[in-house]
Ligand binder design. Structure first.
Ligand code: GLU
Length: 485
């Protein structure tokens, strides 16, 4: 039995989601947002959105905007965040660097952290020997006790360095997960984690702990995959002399084969679900059923129903399966419940708007001689895509494995793209001609067939723009699965 979640007596419940804006908006983010929001709502608390963009090379504003848009589409709105402000801002970590620096300095001054000057070569060498000795931690702490004169000398010489935490050398670190009870790790497993990187930006661990404290977060509700980080966080709270929040790790969403949900096996972008016409209230209901159930076990319930009954004591920790067929079934229930006018409205705000048709019609003009031809001709744009058969996907004179490899390169490039316009799609695909060393004609044909299911289509890039990234991505991934040798 899961015990009741402790609540603060002297201050309001505050929870947060802290997504990193590094890719497409993920279903996992919506899942964690839903449980945070429902918990806050059922306790009269506040729900905060913080953007963890400390990874300067991977974070983008476009991805951040996409998170706002998708969560907004689901109605999972927040009380405080970079876009709406609040009393605890800034809510974007890249705007808080000075705060992290001050906190790292405090730990340095207290002797709880140290400067480490290890070069890339030294680190590679340490990793190698850790591997050969079968150790799970690789940093050998060689700069931990450097005499201060030596530290000063290196600093004066401008040597690049990071700031590391002085992790305890023996004993165990334990914390209480409100759903799972005590979790502990042996400190021999704990590295002297980096707190500040040599570029002056904090790591996830430091920024996350400092922000959760300063933003007065009472409950950290996040995915199970963060459990291994939590002992490090607990030690950081202790070093700062702060009270840690209550930790609640939600079960990971799983693919049908029970592996951790991944784009290889399931569309994970929220944009995909919106693009194919899953209704937001159905997706919220579906996510609400991931590990959680209503007291009467009914499958169909609204967000408000969920809040009215919400309690983490109703959480089951076995990995919930993100089953697309089940989602379709549930979505069907919601569609059947819509009044006729409401259904038409949904269809129009999906792809049957005059705006969207105005973009599709010119593409298909050359291919229809009667207006009624429009409907079958448009089916690869408006309709659900069947998986393209293998024979159609592999270009003549190519082997399956070659096609698989080339498709993989294309899929990865498409995943990374956030500028989905005709010209940028063209540039992206042209770049893959070089990357795959394929003939342009072969590569473009394979992509065309994967995305549309047919060999003759209107212009490829325009078609892909119109289909939108999420649906192209899903179709390309489907083709990749088909091609897998
Ligand atoms: N930035 C982390 C993420 O991308 C946040 C994890 C947490 O909630 O602490 O999910």
């Amino acid at each position: 039995m899961i015990p009741p979640i402790p609540l603060p007596t002297d201050r309001p419940v505050r929870v947060r989601i802290a997504p990193s804006p590094t890719g497409d908006p993920h279903v996992g983010t919506a899942y964690v947002a839903l449980f945070n929001k429902a918990f806050a709502a059922s306790n009269g608390g506040r729900f905060v959105l913080r953007i963890e963009d400390t990874d300067q090379t991977r974070s983008t504003r476009a991805s951040e905007e996409a998170i706002y848009k998708s969560l907004g589409w689901l109605g999972l709105t927040w009380h405080e965040g970079p876009d709406v402000g609040g009393d605890y801002g800034p809510y974007r970590q890249s705007e808080r660097t000075e705060i992290y620096r001050e906190h790292a300095d405090k730990l340095l001054a207290a002797g709880r952290a140290y400067r480490c000057f290890a070069t890339a070569e030294e680190l590679a060498e340490m990793r190698k020997s850790a591997k050969s000795e079968g150790r799970s931690t690789s940093y050998d702490r060689r700069y931990r006790d450097l005499p201060s004169a030596e530290v000063e000398r290196r600093l004066a010489a401008g040597e690049p360095h990071v700031i590391r935490f002085k992790a305890p050398l023996d004993g165990v670190t334990a914390f209480n997960d409100a759903l799972r009870g005590e979790v502990s790790i042996d400190n021999s497993q704990m590295d002297d984690q980096v707190l500040m990187k040599s570029d002056g930006f904090p790591t996830y661990h430091l920024a996350n702990v400092v922000d959760d404290h300063l933003m007065e977060i009472t409950h950290v509700i996040r995915a199970e995959e963060w459990i291994p980080s939590t002992p490090k966080h607990v030690r950081l709270y202790e070093a700062f002399g702060w009270q840690p929040p209550v930790f609640i790790h939600l079960p990971l969403l799983r693919n049908a084969d029970k592996s951790k949900i991944s784009k290889r096996k399931n569309p994970v972008s929220l944009e995909f679900y919106e693009a194919v016409g899953i209704l937001p209230e159905a997706l919220v209901n579906f996510l609400g059923r991931m590990g959680w159930s209503m007291p009467d076990e009914r499958e169909k319930f609204s967000y408000d129903d969920m809040v009215a009954e919400f309690s983490f004591q109703r959480m089951a920790l076995g990995g919930p399966v993100f089953d697309l067929e089940k989602l379709d079934w549930l979505n069907g229930l919601y569609i059947r419940e819509l009044g006729d006018d409401a259904l038409v409205e949904r269809l129009q705000s999906w792809l049957l708007s005059s705006g969207y048709l105005a973009r599709v019609a010119p593409l298909l003009r050359e291919r229809i001689s009667r207006l009624e031809d429009f409907v079958p001709q448009a089916s690869f744009i408006l309709g659900r895509a069947e998986a393209t058969p293998l024979e159609l996907l592999i270009p003549k004179k190519k082997e399956r494995v070659e096609a698989y490899r080339a498709m993989k390169i294309v899929v990865e490039a498409v995943d990374a793209c956030r500028d989905w316009r005709n010209e940028s799609i063209e540039a992206l695909l042209r770049a893959q001609v070089e990357a795959t060393e394929w003939k342009l004609r072969d590569l473009f044909m394979m992509v065309r067939v994967a995305v549309t299911g047919q060999k003759a289509t209107p212009g490829l890039f325009g078609t892909m723009e119109l289909l939108g990234k999420a649906r192209c991505q899903a179709r390309l991934r489907q083709a990749l699965l088909t091609l897998r040798p």
